[in-house]
Ligand binder design. Structure first.
Ligand code: BGC
Length: 717
């Protein structure tokens, strides 16, 4: 039991003073232990308790397998968390609490849509609320630290982890990242319903070759800085508390062993003051990358590179002492790592409030308020891709509705991957939600298989709702695909149903863009619902029957097939832009980034640029008139794209630089403005400096990345 007279126990002192006092009392062994994170299960618990009593422990990961997001994870028990915490706080010399970390990727017990779907809502304010709720629920379960948000830009939908991030665009990802960090951490990290955020996976993880998880990434420094870095930079500027280093070998160095990436770029240039945790075993995996001979060398490389805490493997615990003894790791580096970790613990208020009330969870989890937000954001993120003859919204007076397909009665496919604490039993199926939305209609219960019963139901129906797509097990970590086609048999099923000639609505559940080239020809309407979370089925019904009008927009380009990959809207100009083709497919995507229909239509006109010329540090305001030209009310995500026409380095053909949601009644117009200043006009030049270069800029405002309403202005020195 620590002496309560120690200065670091005094909550009225500033955090820096408390950290300095505590550090001055710690032995080397105690410091090293703070740099370790272990997982604790029944069988290793006695050893871990002994370790804590002897030298303490930095952190416990609340996961029991290295594929926590892809296999069913064990639930956390507050009593169990408190019991281990008691050993750290009450049975050690200094009483330093553990920090408990868990994957809280898209909600805790209330499961929100997958992050890619939240990005499709283009509404960072709601994303912040979703992460606020995730923090509140996770904190009530004893979690102090979430391994999220995941900020990896993904340009390859074969990669299963595209589901976890905010899509292909650095600007959209940055806006959502800031929202997620604020949602988790709030204004005051020490408040009991806030938890520490962890931006991951630093960096370039989404560039894995072939979209195969853990694979090598090789991109230029230019692309690293201009495409992959911005969300991390935004997170750091938002006060992010921790970063996770990535698994991959990136530009010739494993990211978890790169002094350049971790210490020079992140801690140095970006000024990141939080701590860096490795990914699961990524320190000792330096041996597999063949930059370290053994665990001792791995510990030395990773620690010196800047990884402050090692996740799961214990090479720091085993070897740091010897490495320090031999001068291969410096005492200053150890002090720096421990200072960063302890700062997070003090900021979180763990010294004052190390335990969680076991009764809290039931009071704050899955409340009606949380469910309402989950339903709202799920609906906002769904993207209407097609609506021939305005089939949708459906009338609630329909007499016979066939709700069929392999995912019509699936619960886990609604939740998606990376669900550790959401309950399947609290998730309604699509069939149930539609029965509830249309109680007077006949909606027969039929099996999921493609069988005569299903075709008979189709023949007897006024409309068919066919739920296809991916199960939760087809994306997430380690779940990559070589083909973007719908899983086996689904296209044949769509065709068989379409042959019966009934109005056909496809509802697609998926964690990535799947190839819909054939489906587009067969279906009348297509609603891309992603993996929409606990309230996802209700949100789908809301849209199908018009209680909510669709307004989501794609956060990622939809290719016509994997042969087109990589395909992203913010590509460069070639020397022969007029000679851009493939012989077997159009080069255009099936659906461009930013695309999404509504039940009404919008037109754009009268673009205005308030100043035709500005100086380097100044801003320009660009606006356009948006009109609801259809017969329904609707919401439109108005998007603003920019091109730096001539620059010292090649720049993308266009880049998203602003967006705004507007709600318009039929016939009504609104002028929507965007301010473009140094933050939007700058890019990283050859020397790695953020610069605005004088010259001409083009700007477009419209409803997707192919917007044609164009304005221009110039920047002068
Ligand atoms: C994943 C991380 C995750 C960690 C802990 C790793 O396999 O890459 O994203 O946070 O496991 O579950």
């Amino acid at each position: 039991m620590p002496d309560s007279a120690f200065a670091y126990q005094n909550p009225t002192l500033p955090v820096e003073a408390r950290v300095a006092d505590l550090l001055s009392r710690m032995t080397r062994q105690e410091k090293i232990a703070q740099c370790a994170q272990l997982f604790v299960i029944l069988s290793n618990r006695p050893q871990i308790e002994a370790l804590i009593r002897k030298q303490g422990l930095g952190s416990r990961i609340l996961a029991s397998t290295h594929l926590a997001g892809s296999v069913r994870e064990i639930a956390t028990e507050v009593e169990d968390i408190n019991a281990l915490q008691r050993v750290a706080v009450e049975e050690t010399r200094l009483g330093i609490p553990l920090i408990h970390g868990r994957d809280v990727i898209h909600g805790h017990r209330t499961v929100f849509p997958i992050p890619l779907a939240m990005a499709a809502a283009w509404e960072p304010g709601l994303v912040e609320q979703a992460y606020t709720i995730a923090a509140r629920e996770a904190a009530s379960a004893g979690v102090n630290w979430a391994f999220a948000p995941m900020l990896d830009i993904a340009r390859d939908p074969r990669w299963g982890r595209i589901i976890e991030g905010f899509g292909e665009d650095p600007y959209l990802a940055s806006r959502n990242t800031v929202a997620a960090v604020k949602g988790f951490q709030g204004e005051d990290l020490s408040s009991p319903d806030r938890i520490l955020a962890c931006a991951k996976h630093y960096i370039g993880y989404g560039s894995a070759e072939g979209g195969r998880d853990y694979n090598t990434g090789e991109i230029s420094d230019h692309t690293l800085r201009n495409i992959y870095l911005p969300p991390f930079k935004a997170a750091v500027e938002a006060g992010l508390g921790s970063v996770m280093s990535a698994f991959l070998d990136f530009n010739g160095e494993p990211a978890s062993g790169s002094h350049y990436l971790l210490t020079e770029l992140l801690k140095g240039e970006l000024g990141f003051s939080g701590f860096i945790v490795s990914d699961w075993d990524s320190v000792v995996e330096l041996i597999n990358h063949r930059v370290a001979e053994d665990e001792r060398a791995a510990a030395q490389i990773a620690f010196n590179a800047g990884v402050d805490m090692e996740m799961v493997s214990d090479s720091y615990l085993q070897h740091l002492d010897q490495l320090l003894e031999n001068g291969e790791v410096s005492e200053e580096r150890l002090e720096d790592a421990v200072r960063r970790i302890l700062t997070a613990k003090f900021r979180l208020g763990l010294f004052e409030r190390p335990y969680t009330d076991p009764a809290l969870g039931e009071k704050v989890q899955f409340t009606p308020e949380h469910q309402a937000l989950a339903r709202r954001i799920a609906g906002m993120g769904m993207v209407l891709l097609q609506n021939k003859n305005s089939l949708l919204p459906l009338s609630r007076d329909l007499k016979h509705i066939a709700v069929i397909g392999p995912l019509a009665r699936q619960r886990s496919a609604l939740l998606g991957a990376w669900v550790l604490d959401g309950l399947i039993s609290e998730t309604q199926t699509l069939l149930e939600a539609i029965q509830q939305a249309c109680p007077q209609a006949e909606v027969p219960e039929i099996s999921d298989a493609m069988n005569d019963e299903m075709l008979m139901a189709v023949a007897d129906s006024d409309v068919v709702i066919l739920a296809v797509g991916e199960s939760n097990a087809r994306s997430g970590e380690y779940n990559c695909v070589a083909s973007l086609d719908l899983p086996a048999g689904q296209e044949a099923l769509i065709e068989a149903v379409a042959n019966l000639g009934k109005p056909l609505v496809l509802v697609v559940l998926a964690g990535r863009p799947v190839n819909l080239t054939r489906a587009v020809r067969l279906a009348d309407a297509i609603l891309y619902a992603w993996h929409p979370g606990s309230l996802g089925a209700k949100a789908i019904a809301d849209i199908l029957f018009g209680a909510v009008y669709p307004s989501g927009k794609l956060p990622v380009t939809f290719p016509r097939g994997e042969g087109q990959i990589p395909l992203y809207y913010n590509h460069k100009s070639t020397g022969r832009p007029h000679m851009n083709r493939t012989l077997d497919l159009p080069v255009e995507p099936l659906y461009p980034f930013g695309f999404g229909l509504s039940y009404t239509t919008f037109s754009y006109r009268d673009i205005k640029v308030d100043r035709s010329s500005i100086k380097l540090a100044e801003s320009v305001t660009v606006s356009a008139l948006v009109t609801n030209t259809g017969r329904h009310a609707g919401e439109e995500v108005v998007q603003c794209y920019l091109q730096d026409c001539v620059a010292s380095l090649t720049r993308p053909v266009r880049e998203l630089k602003g967006f705004a949601r507007v709600a318009l009644q039929p016939g009504k117009s609104q002028r929507v403005s965007f301010t473009l200043g140094p933050a939007e006009l700058s890019f990283y030049d050859r020397s790695g400096k953020l610069v605005v270069e004088p010259g001409k800029f083009k700007v477009w405002i419209g409803g997707d990345s192919q917007a044609t309403l164009e304005g221009q202005f110039s920047v002068t020195p």
